[in-house]
Design a protein around this ligand. Sequence first.
Ligand code: CMX
Length: 471
Amino acid sequence: MNSSLVRAARSIAHPRRPNIDGGLPARSASTLAETLESQVPAKRLALAELKKNHGSKVIGKVTIDQLIGGARGVKCMLWETSNLDAEEGIRFRGLTIPECQQVLPTFSGKAGDGEPLLESIIWLLLTSEVPTKAQVDGLTAELHERSSKLPKHVVPLLNSLPRDMHPMTQFSIGLNAAQTASVFAKAYADGVPKNEYHKFALEDILNVFAVIPEIAATIYRNVYFDGIVKKDQTLDYSGNFCRMLGYDDPSFDELMRLYLCIHTDHEGGNASAHTTHLVGSTLSDPYLSYAAGLNALAGPLHGLANQEVLKWIQALQEKFAKEGKEVNADTITEFAWETLNAKKVVPGYGHAVLRKTDPRYTCQREFGLKHMPDDPLFKIVDTIYSVMPGVLKEHGKVANPYPNVDSHSGVLLWHYGFTQYQYYTVLFGVSRAVGGLSQLYWDRALGLALERPKSHTPEWLENFAKNNPDA
Ligand code: CMX
């Protein structure tokens, strides 16, 4: 591991304030809860200062187009854990994906030797610090221990659901049902003071992280196999999740680590993160807040796009097999135009914010080049990548003709025999919990307000336009 890069990354992710004598404070806090608690007073103070000194500054204007068009670009949310740049893509607490891959602890213990552990990203997103391996190991053990907090009625409830109910619907039901264990809801009902909410929210957040692999794996094993879920808590979070799903291949464990890390967070405005934040702002507990986020993720314009990509590729393969044509750049182009002319979207392409290839796509492509360069489906995805931006540019409607994260995730899973693509969004959902709920911790710690933007009727807008011709 390159130690100067780790130091640099630590200072990007978490610029430490000098002590009065000019030295840097020691990184002494050992558990996640202690580390967070030690950060709360300074963060509260910083936000209060920001509000006091700059609260009335104007940071943007809103047009009627934006009001009608899904609030694109409207600056109206505070989000701690990540930032999305249209050109560069995501940074988790200041770190790009390649930087995370270089500095965050991995399964072997050596940063840079394999994919980061999800526990490393949990630590980074919550605390803004690059954790040590010992801190990450402590968190792994804590999450394994907390996994016993799944209420006993949840698995029987999941077992009773119809097999043909979409896995995302089952996931949402499972997490909502687990809400009976909410420590936050009980504390609120008991009247704990507002400045203590975050402590109880953190209990729920860590418990949600700990129990969702079992909810998710139970759904997978029920819908497609024998319903039996076997844990291996000698492994990390992702490795154990793979065993629960029924996969026992170190290379697949690495894919799952990568997959779970890169899907965690994509700043605040995306539908799943925003929904979690919005519902949480009513002081719904973290279980209910994230279950709402899952329902947003289940939409085909958002997380469901990863299953749609596989469906699209299969339809393409079927069509050209029937016609006795091979799948190549020409036939893919033909199929893309058929999709666009039928007024349908090409799944896995385009983005509401990004204007370049999604770095989450790029790192999955690199994983494919390393682990499965000759896989036929991987090659098709690569050929799609070589022609689709050109097709979409020629079509002329799409703001971003480049692939997003969902364009690549399915093909990697497929390579390992994980072909049940209706389930893919559940994996996204296991990961997105980390971003949405890490932010929810800070929402409660910073006492963020109930979210309640203003809406207007069409008549109001028309009158406004009439009375303000120069607006
Ligand atoms: N195929 C065809 N048309 C597309 C398109 C695509 N991949 N992406 C955008 N368009 C269309 C839009 O539907 C819109 O058409 P209308 O004017 O008729 O409504 C027009 O191009 C302009 O849209 P945009 O400004 O480029 O994109 P938006 O911000 O409105 O939407 C997104 C963003 C992701 C919903 C859109 O690109 C899309 O539908 N992509 C395909 C689905 C997908 O991959 N979603 C996953 C996104 C990542 C995630 O959240 O998981």
